[in-house]
Design a protein. Structure first.
Length: 193
């Protein structure tokens, strides 16, 4: 049942498409025989900032709210291209922060890219911004806090649950669970991709 939401990613993004990465602490919750000392529920990394203890998730969202995400093994131009090229229209205009791998991806793939220097407190350049994707990242992080840490092996399923809940704003998690388990056929249109 957890695998159903994984398949509900947007398959087509167009217009202005924002993308950004968010990070989750790598977790082996529920596993035995760890090579490190177990952390407390929802613990913290031993190193500051982005490190091997973090799992990168690329979130891609157009201005219509169509959203996809992908767990990245590495955060680089090649992995970003593997996620975005199959789903983003070739004439889409991309918006991101100033991360070098984003610029390299856009240049190599012939996308027009508008960058926002968020670290310099730049938020908007006319109609160009990353507020849509950053707001989604914020909602995602807040929602994930309820679970006090999610095992990395199940992260993709939880990302799917969030996409569904975000897309279907008038449905509760309990109603959504009923749809996924097949107990409520009236809400079946929710299962479109």
């Amino acid at each position: 049942m957890l695998q159903v939401p994984v398949k509900t990613k947007a398959e087509h993004l167009h217009g202005i498409v924002e993308f950004d990465e968010t990070y989750f602490l790598e977790s082996h919750k529920g596993e035995r025989d760890l090579e490190r000392k177990p952390r407390k529920r929802g613990g913290k990394a031993s190193k500051r900032g982005i490190s091997s203890e973090q799992t990168a998730v690329l979130v891609v969202r157009d201005r219509n709210g169509n959203t996809t995400d992908s767990i990245l093994e590495k955060s680089n131009q090649k992995t970003i291209a593997a996620v975005m090229l199959p789903i983003v229209d070739s004439d889409a205009l991309l918006c991101s922060d100033t991360k070098p791998s984003y610029k390299a991806f856009a240049k190599k793939s012939d996308f027009e890219l508008k960058t926002i220097n968020v670290s310099a407190k730049e938020h908007v350049k006319g109609i160009y911004h990353v507020q849509n994707v950053n707001a989604y990242d914020s909602r995602l992080k807040a929602w994930m806090q309820h679970f006090h840490g999610v095992a990395t092996k199940y992260l993709d399923s939880y990302l799917g649950w969030m996409r569904l809940l975000d897309r279907e704003k008038n449905i509760t998690a309990k109603q959504l669970l009923a749809v996924i388990s097949g107990r409520n056929f009236i809400l079946q249109p929710l299962m479109r991709s």
